[in-house]
Design a protein around this ligand. Structure first.
Ligand code: FE2
Ligand code: FE2
Length: 523
């Protein structure tokens, strides 16, 4: 009996650990109990393991995994918990714990056996200082007929689906639903979310489709997968592992995969000295533009050794962007707004490269990708300005920076529980985990569908630079640094009504050799 039980330890699918004093024995769970004392680390407490055959789903919850580490006096990084959940290999926890060095306090990705940080290929030191990888002038494409929408979504599905498929095997939805032999067998499908809603019982249900079929996927509120499922938004591409119902109509999900960033992603760092400054949302022409702060910033740049300035859109306040805007403008002519912005750029050190992309207040079309500013508006811009589209991927000494103004954040805030303008760092993580800058189609963010989806985050940048929300946020998600530096405009009337409190006159600087961000205030 005992031999069998231990022999099947790796196969037994639900392991629960309790401290003795908290032991809530229930009939359902108790199959075998054994005592273990300090097997892995000196001082580890006595624990009781309860193995259950009643639940054969194979899933350990995030909480159970965390507790297992805590039992050996180790804290565990959420990335590691997520990785273990995805691997679905109960013995992995023990292997990780066994290999953790003695003085470790927090178990991180580097402690996972077999996971080693890798660089994604060679980048040569002979790169020009600024190279526009994508989003150079004239590449945004025209808005064409409905045929392009088909190409656009096919491209989105195949590329994002491919990222998931590189980690897990999946089968076509049609193959699953048409063939009764897969009923009650665990399998994985990958689809684009057509619709997602919460049921009257509080579960989450999503309809997903691939190129051949659709299926309804149920995420039960009492399953570990539910917290991930709450953040599902329409038009994102997801993978789900689970089982089909007996009638073949409903798929019960146990795990959710997003295209995401590999846990072993290691950002490229420049081999040569070089520093970049990140800002956005200058809103020149508005009566809330912070002139004096900008001048302080310009003086600071003149005395510094920064090589690059990146500005992620909303350069000027624009004209007719919102009702009654003309009463809040000090410059009421759009050409003069850009001339004033150009004069500000002339005032900065000419040795710097200034990379400029547009936002929703700028003069170009609103549909993304937004083209570069047209020639008639940039006559006063100095020659060290590099104009790019929104979004654009640029390389600074080999370090990739993805510039995106961030209008899609308006949409995500309405769709993702807990999301807010104050959490612009989290918003960038939501983009990165979905590997898409504007996952939800057809809401506030207009998208010009082309043959390819230019808003997919591929290749992965070292830095994601956004703006639009006017509130500073910095994050580091799986090695990618997310920067939103806020704005150069104080609180507007509209923001006051909406209770939005901007963080103006900040600049975020990054040393390209270390990728460590530093924030400077000019308020
Ligand atoms: Fe803005
Ligand atoms: Fe904006």
């Amino acid at each position: 009996m005992q031999k069998n039980t231990f022999g099947s330890m790796r196969r037994i699918l639900c392991m629960v650990q309790f401290h003795y004093a908290d032991f809530p024995i229930s009939e359902k769970f108790v199959l075998i109990i054994f005592l273990k004392k300090g097997l892995h680390r000196p001082g580890a407490r006595t624990t009781i393991h309860i193995f259950s055959a009643a639940d054969s789903s194979g899933m350990l919850s995030a909480q159970e995994i965390t507790h297992r580490f805590l039992d050996t006096k180790l804290q565990v990084h959420p990335e590691v918990v997520r990785y273990i959940l995805e691997q679905d290999e109960p013995a992995l926890i023990e292997r990780i714990i066994a290999g953790v060095p003695k003085d470790t306090i927090v178990v991180s990705a580097k402690h996972i056996p077999g996971v080693k940080p890798v660089r994604d290929g060679m980048r040569f030191a002979v790169d020009p200082d600024v190279e526009v990888v994508s989003g150079s002038a004239g590449t945004s494409g025209a808005v064409n007929g409905t045929g392009d929408y088909l190409h656009y979504f096919r491209d989105r599905y195949s590329r994002l689906g491919g990222m998931i498929r590189s980690r897990v095997g999946a089968m076509p939805i049609e193959g699953l639903t048409k063939n009764s032999r897969y009923r009650q067998e665990e399998c994985t499908v990958i689809g684009m979310v057509v619709e997602v809603k919460t049921t009257t019982n509080g579960h989450r249900i999503a309809e997903i489709e691939d190129s051949g079929g659709t299926i309804s996927v149920l995420f039960r509120k009492d399953r570990p997968v539910f917290s991930d499922a709450e953040r599902i938004i329409h038009d994102e591409v997801i993978g789900v592992k689970g089982k089909l119902s007996n009638d073949g109509k409903l798929f019960f999900a146990e795990l959710l995969y997003r295209p995401d960033i590999r846990i072993d992603n290691a950002p490229f760092k420049s081999g040569q000295p070089g520093k970049a400054v990140f800002i956005s949302d200058t809103h020149v022409g508005s009566n809330t533009f912070l002139d004096a702060s900008w001048n302080k910033f310009a003086d600071w740049l003149s005395d510094s050794d920064y090589s690059y300035l990146l500005i992620a859109g909303d350069l000027v306040d624009g004209i007719g962007i919102y009702p009654g805007q003309d009463t809040e403008l000090t410059i009421k002519n759009i050409y003069e707004q850009y001339d004033a912005f150009g004069a500000m750029m002339q005032d900065l050190p000419s040795r710097m490269k200034i990379i400029i992309s547009p936002g929703n207040h700028d003069v170009v079309r609103g549909a993304e990708p937004q083209p570069v500013l047209p020639a008639q508006f940039v006559k006063e811009f100095p020659s060290n300005c590099v104009l790019v589209e929104n979004p654009a991927l640029v390389r600074l000494q080999g370090v990739r920076v993805l510039m995106y103004h961030g209008r899609s954040i308006d949409d995500m805030i309405g769709l993702i529980p807990g999301a807010s303008y104050e959490k612009s760092g989290q918003m960038m993580e939501e983009m990165l985990t979905r590997r898409h800058l504007a996952p939800a189609y057809g809401r506030k963010t207009p998208i010009a569908a082309g043959k390819t989806d230019r808003l997919i985050i591929d290749p992965l940048p070292e830095i994601l630079h956004t703006g639009h929300v006017h509130i500073k946020g910095i994050t580091n998600y799986r090695g990618v640094l997310g920067i939103n530096a806020g704005t150069w405009q104080s609180q507007t009337k509209f923001q006051k009504q909406m209770n939005v409190n901007p963080t103006p006159a900040l600049a975020v600087a990054v040393d390209l050799q270390t990728l460590v961000p530093e924030t400077f205030s000019f308020a």
